[in-house]
Write a protein that binds this ligand. Structure first.
Ligand code: FES
Length: 70
């Protein structure tokens, strides 16, 4: 059962076969240890590895084959 109040939202949302959405200010560390900060209301972090603007999602995941069972 969802106990969240209607005006509350999670800070992190994992999109199936897509990015991780972050709400509010965050600092992301990429695979080289470089930090990327964001202050956008919502930021999308690439989880597929194919983005041309890593660590951020550029929508490339939409062109990739979905995982079986999805
Ligand atoms: S998750 Fe969107 S480009 Fe990787």
């Amino acid at each position: 059962m969802n106990q969240q109040a209607p005006d509350e939202h999670p800070d992190v949302i994992l999109c199936p076969d897509g990015p991780m959405l972050l709400r509010g200010e965050h600092v992301i560390e990429d695979e080289d240890g470089k930090e990327h900060s964001t202050t956008r209301p919502v930021s999308a972090v690439c989880r597929c590895g194919a983005s041309g603007i890593k660590p951020w999602c550029d929508g490339t995941h939409k062109t990739m084959r979905k995982r079986p069972g999805r």
